[in-house]
Design a protein around this ligand. Structure first.
Ligand code: HEM
Length: 403
């Protein structure tokens, strides 16, 4: 999720990886799946001059990288999020990673998330959609997926005086900063101001909001004030774009697949499987970066110390060795739990239960409130190099329902 692409060439001969040598960033962003399939078939661990590193598209080597933080670490000065917000659980490994992550873990466990968020997300998803029912059309990414993602993390962080618009402002400024660093620029003034503003709100929340998540983590005493801030920023950064994409992708997959939609509408207990299958087809965060801590072999390929090793979750999730007919959206797959959209290993997404809950709430709201909705003909499928989602999810329905 934190790519630095400099196309400065690699340590390995491109002759050995002829498919990887031809792949461009545009291929990966726009026409990703056929390109990933070519790589996975011929070079499941391939050197890509376009990213200046290795791209892993086979599920087996992907799992190896994700699980082995001793050999493939996130803790590297090239990691751009850490340059903007400071070290956090996302940019550390080993004991330090546990120290950053553990204080937040309880709040994001499945039961805690269900108790704290299930009713609220359901009501909020319906509220967001309700204002548009009479129109007969809308963009579900804009009216539902995006605002729901911001509202959920704003509620989870319980920041003092922070409504969703303010949270969105901080988020955008941090994303700007991270993108700037990725493009080789220094962190700009707008990002610095937003970081300082968010920092003061985090400090105030700890001081004034006893019992809130951040106050409790601070009270635990294992993180400095700087670290509490950086992890808060990472929670925000990790939640918004990804959850918006996850919900937009799930709605698009389901509404775009008549037979699967019919099955899910007839048996609503299938909604979680539909969401999981959508995560398999199009993981909203599709590339994650690691750095080799030493010379190491991966699927028979020699990796050198310091090499960038990028895992394509989208590639792994369509590996035909694991998923039969992998390009087909099929909510009845028996092995959906093998999909890797939330990765595996020490950096497994902390927010996965909260993310699933909100996307399920959004799908349920759409099926309940606009049951006849269909994707418009001008719908264009997901794009993006690191984060993948459709630009819009335009839908139309004939018979506006009442709430
Ligand atoms: C409420 C929503 C979410 C929150 C609060 C959240 C939070 C986080 C946090 C804090 C981490 C870092 C964990 C660590 O390094 O130990 C993380 C990792 C990750 N998250 Fe999430 N996340 C959310 C939604 C999502 C969604 C919707 C996706 C994709 C569909 C996603 C994909 C990932 C991935 C791939 C990683 C691993 C990054 C890596 O290994 O480099 N997250 N998430």
């Amino acid at each position: 999720m934190d790519a630095v692409y400099d196309s400065s060439g690699g340590r390995s001969s491109t002759d050995r990886f002829p498919v990887g040598a031809t792949v461009t960033l545009e291929d990966l962003a726009n026409d990703a799946h056929p390109c990933l399939a070519r790589l996975r078939d011929a070079e499941p661990v391939s050197w890509l001059p376009a990213i200046g590193g290795w791209l892993v598209t086979g599920r087996e080597p992907a799992l190896t990288v994700l699980r082995d933080a001793d050999s493939f670490t996130v803790d590297d000065p090239r990691f751009s999020t850490a340059q903007v917000v400071g070290p956090s659980m996302l940019s550390t490994d080993g004991d330090d990673h546990a120290r950053h992550r553990t204080p937040f873990a309880a709040a994001f466990r499945q039961v805690a998330v269900r108790d704290g968020f299930e009713a609220w997300t359901s009501t909020e998803a319906r509220r967001l959609l309700a204002g548009h029912l009479a129109l007969g059309h809308c963009d579900l990414r804009q009216v539902l997926a995006g605002p729901l993602a911001v509202g959920v993390i704003a509620r989870a962080l319980e920041l003092a005086d922070a409504d969703p618009d303010r949270v969105l402002g901080w988020y955008r400024a941090i994303v700007d900063g991270v993108e700037g660093v990725n493009a080789g620029r220094a962190v700009g003034d707008g990002t610095r101001r937003a970081v300082a503003d968010l920092r003061s709100v985090v400090d105030r929340t700890v001081r004034d909001s006893a019992g809130s998540l951040l106050a409790e983590v601070a009270e635990g005493g294992s993180l400095t004030a700087d670290e509490l801030f950086s992890n808060t920023a990472v929670l925000m950064f990790g939640a918004i774009e990804t959850s918006e994409g996850m919900t937009a992708n799930a709605l698009a997959h389901l509404l775009g697949s008549a037979d699967q939609l019919e099955a899910v509408a007839a048996d609503r207990s299938l909604v979680p499987d539909a969401v999981e299958e959508s995560l398999r087809m199009e993981p909203a965060a599709t590339l994650v970066d690691r750095y080799a801590t030493g010379a190491v072999e991966l699927a028979g390929i020699a990796i050198s110390v310091g090499d960038l090793v990028t895992v394509s979750l989208a590639g792994a999730n369509r590996d035909p060795a694991v998923f039969v007919d992998p390009d087909r959206f099929d909510v009845g797959r028996p092995n959906l739990s093998l999909q890797l959209a939330f990765v595996r290993g020490p950096h497994t997404c902390l927010g996965l239960h909260l993310a699933r809950l909100q996307t399920i709430a959004a799908v349920d709201a759409v099926l309940d409130l606009i049951p006849g909705a269909g994707l418009d003909d001008d719908f264009e499928s997901a794009r993006g190099l690191v984060f993948r989602k459709p630009a819009t999810v335009p839908v139309t329905w004939d018979h506006p329902q009442s709430v």
